[in-house]
Design a protein around this ligand. Structure first.
Ligand code: ADP
Ligand code: MG
Length: 704
């Protein structure tokens, strides 16, 4: 669909315009204020003029087909007016009113009636339940708020929000950036976030895109748009709330439920190089950083202050948030101290007060960190505000001068950091902007923006190359509607892809079990194996650490009895005799399918606690280079794999190899996988590898 008539219409008809107020009048006034030069057609049978502009009794009376029709009327009237708009050849429409799909079945029906007409005619529609569209560079607006100062709005940020209030929020503070297009998309009955996103990626006025999204429609197209934006070097900054459109499906594996959260969406954003933020503060800081002449090329941040207290505060916050504040090297410290005097701490944050001669010390501190390869952005922390009533007024400009000078001989971006987000001095902001520099705010939000932009610049590791598939294929195993696959069969399949599994034998009788145990060697584990039993412990059909024939016989009888109590006893039930893996750290790996975004891999420490602690790492599949190692180290429980309490460190290397092998299995069988649960994997001491002791595969039906 062509969006031009919607986002930059050359003529505007306003149905329901009156002198008395409402969105229609606001839009007419704003069109005047913004300098719109095309024709404006108020439509209202009650008046000969609106705001002294000739008013038409009906859309059918207009002298030309308007680019856009703006409906400033209540929702029951809209279907008929939409019909007339299409009849008159209108090319786009805006519906402000609410009371549609967001209110339930009746509203949804009305919305679909209108949307159906528009779609059939190929007409883009913004809304319903929206604020409209503001296009400052094109000097046109259908945004239903009054515009006071159009010049102050123009800039390079494209906003797409499913919430009108978020548009209001972002537009309420335009001190550090302006807008190339602001879309309040509302219920998106016809035209959707992804349509606007695609438009903005190609829009030369737009340098960065800010989105507020409750529902992702057309996930595949959305993901492709994110990739295209990243390739175009346009950051897409995303606040996501709520869940995706499709409802949660039933989940068989225990760990499968973990990925059913918004975590998958966060991972998806990371995998497609969008920048996720949690709130408007964080978003505003990222948008501000994008206004700088230079962007950070990496994550290393140097913070320079004249205060030991602030240095500590920033260090605490930055450490907790995982920002990269590399300390000064020995040589850098020596060079710094030769001028500044003694420096406390590790030099990042860099308290450059020293001997108190800050006019010399601060620039020297900057020159030292500027040369460091590990530093990609440099902040000077100094607080001020609009109309300061206390302090040294000249300092505001001295700081700008100092930063301008430092940046002038550097290839790195420099920032003035205010410790509070949103508190800044307007004149200072403007002076900084003149020099291509940016004021950021908030020890978490402002520095967080540098970290996010640094990550964005670093990009992603390449995807792993996946070898040729082994003979074993999941598709062959799950013919005929087989859904869950028992541990034994699942392990055979997985081991063909290089996943280490326990030594084990499947048997039917006690005599066979005893013979198997003697071959494997005591102690052993005895379990029931059946496609009908996804979780064995709950049913009492697992017996571990059996030391001799006697113990095995008793366990066999017990499990056999338990199977008999199942109604009916599963026809495929057999027994599994398996080596007992003593010691090691229990971890899990789980694959699950999000109905919108596909397969992801979760990894965490084993045991039931995972569902409470939710301490797990997640990645979208396929994995990229380094993903498995990163997943292992980023869980809080990773410490358990290291040497604790005099124990030996676990074999993390073989664990990473196991995760990659699992990813390979998924890559070769993706279309038939719903869930996989390797729980637990036992990680043995270094050099002894890891072994999957339990596995469950849930197949995806054929037709899917
Ligand atoms: P479930 O179907 O209930 O998940 P498992 O096969 O995972 O059954 O067994 C339950 C628990 O028993 C495991 O979490 C693990 O702690 C222990 N276990 C199972 N098999 C072995 C084994 N071969 N060696 C050591 N411990 C085992
Ligand atoms: Mg298990």
């Amino acid at each position: 669909m062509q969006l031009d008539p919607l986002v930059k219409p050359r003529s505007v008809a306003i149905v329901g315009a009156t002198d008395r107020g409402g969105p229609g009048r606001a839009v007419m006034e704003s069109l005047g204020a913004i300098g719109f030069t095309g024709p404006i057609y108020p439509v209202n049978p009650k008046y000969p003029t609106v705001l002294n502009v000739k008013c038409y009794p009906s859309l059918t009376d207009l002298p030309e087909a308007p680019d856009i029709v703006v409906f400033s009327i209540r929702n029951p009237l809209i279907p008929e007016q939409m019909r007339l708009a299409l009849k008159r050849g209108a090319r786009a429409a805006i519906i402000y009113d609410s009371g549609f799909a967001e209110l339930g079945a009746d509203g949804a029906k009305l919305q679909e009636q209108i949307a159906g007409m528009a779609r059939e005619a190929g007409m883009p529609v913004c809304g319903p339940n929206c604020m409209g569209i503001l296009n400052p560079p094109a000097r046109v607006t259908t945004y239903k708020q009054n515009i006071m100062d159009p010049a102050a709005i123009v800039g390079n940020v494209g906003i797409i929000s499913q919430s009108g209030s978020v548009c209001i929020g972002l537009l309420s503070d335009l001190r550090r950036f302006g807008v190339s297009l602001s879309v309040s998309a509302g219920n998106e009955a016809v035209t959707r976030t992804v349509d606007y996103l695609e438009y903005l990626i190609d829009d030369p006025n737009t340098k960065v895109i800010a989105t507020f999204t409750e529902t992702v429609r057309e996930p595949e197209r959305y993901v492709a748009a994110l990739d295209r934006a990243a390739d175009a070097g346009k950051p897409v900054v995303v606040i996501k709330v709520g869940r995706t459109e499709r409802t949660q499906r039933a989940i068989t594996s225990h760990t499968g439920g973990l990925a059913g959260s918004s975590r998958v969406f966060s991972e998806l954003l990371r995998a497609h190089r969008a920048i996720e933020v949690n709130d408007l503060d964080e978003m505003t800081e990222v948008l501000a950083v994008c206004q700088g002449k230079r962007w950070p090329h990496g994550r290393g941040i140097s913070v320079i202050t004249g205060s030991g207290g602030l240095a500590e505060l920033i260090l605490d916050n930055a450490t907790a948030a995982g920002f990269d504040l590399p300390p000064l090297s020995k040589e850098e410290r020596a060079e710094a101290e030769s001028v500044i005097g003694r420096i406390t701490g590790d030099g990042n944050p860099f308290d450059a007060w020293g001997n108190g001669n800050y006019a010399v010390n601060l620039p020297h501190a900057m020159s030292v960190v500027d040369k460091s390869e590990r530093i990609h952005s440099i902040c000077y922390c100094s607080d001020t505000s609009n109309d300061p009533v206390i302090g040294h007024p000249g300092r505001v400009y001295e700081n700008v001068e100092m930063l301008t000078k430092a940046a002038g001989t550097s290839s790195k971006p420099y920032y003035l950091l205010s410790t509070r987000s949103g508190v800044m001095n307007r004149k200072q902001v403007d002076a900084m902007r003149q020099a291509g520099l940016v004021v950021i705010g908030g020890t978490r939000q402002g520095l967080g923006a540098l970290d996010r932009m640094g990550r964005y610049a670093v990009g992603l590791k390449p995807e792993r190359r996946i070898g040729a598939p082994p003979q074993a294929r999941l598709a062959d195993e799950v013919k005929g509607g087989r859904r869950t696959m028992n541990e034994y069969d699942a392990k055979r399949l997985l081991s063909a892809y290089g996943i280490p599994i326990t030594r084990e034998q499947r048997v039917a009788t006690l005599a066979e079990a005893t013979a198997a145990a003697q071959t494997i060697g005591y102690p052993v584990v005895l379990k029931a194996a059946s496609d009908a039993i996804a979780h064995k412990t709950e049913l009492g059909v697992v017996a571990v650490n059996l030391k001799n024939d006697d113990e095995l016989a008793r366990a066999f009888a017990r499990i056999n009895e338990r199977l008999d109590t199942l109604k009916p006893r599963p026809a495929d039930a057999s027994f599994l005799v398996q080596e007992f893996v003593a010691g090691g750290v229990e971890v899990f790996a789980g694959v699950s399918r999000d109905p919108d975004f596909g397969l992801s891999l979760a990894f965490g420490m084993g045991g039931v606690a995972i569902e409470i602690t939710r301490d797990f790492a997640l990645r979208m599949l396929p994995l990229r280079h380094g993903d498995a190692e990163a997943m292992i180290s980023e869980t809080r429980g990773a410490a358990l794999l290291g040497a604790v309490r005099g124990g030996q460190a676990a074999d993390a290397k073989s664990l990473a190899a196991c995760l990659y092998a699992l990813a390979d299995f998924v890559a070769h069988n993706a279309e038939r996988i719903e869930e996989i649960d390797l729980n637990p994997i036992k990680v043995l001491p270094e050099g002894r590898g890891c072994v999957v002791v339990d596995a469950l595969i849930v197949a995806r039906p054929d037709a899917a």
